[in-house]
Design a protein around this ligand. Structure first.
Ligand SMILES: Nc1ncnc2c1ncn2[C@@H]1O[C@H](COP(=O)(O)OP(=O)(O)O)[C@@H](O)[C@H]1O
Ligand SMILES: [Mg+2]
Length: 260
């Protein structure tokens, strides 16, 4: 056999080996567990991500919320990822979602059926994370989104999420408060977004710094509820930090600092 033919054969063997590995991966016992949890469409999205190499492995659930589940995953390079999957759609959740999507110019042409709304919701969180990342606001970096599945950077280590402000005492609350106000300012002025559900539950403490997450409901500053939501976010932030003894900036003043 010529050298070239030999190389070709070796390459083919490698390709087959790779494909077998993928198949083993896709159709192994993991599939059984995944199948119990996800509908066909969600499974297809996950396999698509596995085939594209965006994901290499999916491990356990990090968090099973009411509307979304977050899974710990890794890519081929071993980088840890979080996969957020929107699953359920209670009437209450849909009603809530509509309010945020309707005033959002980026999602003008979204249909009103349940599936379209949920897909728009995942898309919205992805776009919000993109805009925030671009504005240098510390958030999980978005990696991919398709239908109801969002892949982002994992904040934490070895499958353990970084603690939220709620869970972990802060060494220097004054500094964290100031950093958060800077983040909100960048979010408003550069990303042109308002978080809309900011509280100690949606801020993690990672490597000593606050990381804002859960941006699905965040709205553009042009949204009719933007000012109301920003005041509410600032009120929540002040309530939390004043309890820790921080001399917080009054809401109206903070509002001006952030938005004007
Ligand atoms: N990027 C991430 N990295 C690590 N853990 C995450 C990440 N995103 C979410 N989590 C974990 O999942 C939980 C729920 O995520 P969140 O986005 O707040 O969803 P929900 O809409 O259910 O509140 C978080 O409190 C956190 O523990
Ligand atoms: Mg949350």
């Amino acid at each position: 056999m010529s050298r070239k033919a030999h190389e070709k054969l070796a390459h083919r063997e490698k390709t087959v080996e790779r494909r077998d590995k993928m198949l083993i991966h896709d159709f192994s016992s993991e599939r059984a567990t995944l199948e119990e949890v996800f509908d066909q469409s969600t499974l297809m999205v996950i396999y698509n991500f596995l085939n594209k190499g965006i994901l290499d492995e999916i491990y356990g659930v990090v968090n099973a919320g009411k509307e979304a589940r977050v899974y710990w995953s890794k890519n081929k390079e071993g980088k840890e990822l979080a996969v957020k999957i929107y699953l359920t759609s209670s009437a209450e959740f849909l009603k809530g979602m509509r309010k945020y999507i309707e005033g959002d110019k980026r999602f003008k042409s979204v249909k009103r059926d349940t599936r379209s709304l949920i897909f728009a919701w995942a898309q919205k969180e992805y776009r919000n994370l993109q805009q925030a990342t671009k504005a240098r606001v510390p958030v999980p970096k978005p990696i991919a989104v398709e239908k109801n599945v969002l892949v982002m950077e994992f904040i934490g280590k070895n499958g353990v999420s970084a603690p939220s402000l709620r869970e972990q005492a802060i060494n220097n609350p004054e500094k964290a408060y100031t950093q958060l106000l800077v983040s909100l300012k960048r979010l408003y002025r550069e990303a042109e977004l308002v978080h809309g559900d900011l509280s100690e539950y949606n801020i993690m403490l990672w490597k000593g710094k606050p990381v804002i997450f859960d941006l699905s409901q965040a709205v553009p500053v042009s949204h009719p509820m933007a000012s109301f939501l920003l005041r509410r976010d600032l009120t929540n932030l002040n309530r939390f930090f004043s309890r820790l003894g921080v001399n917080v900036i009054p809401v109206e003043e903070a509002f001006k600092q952030v938005a004007c």
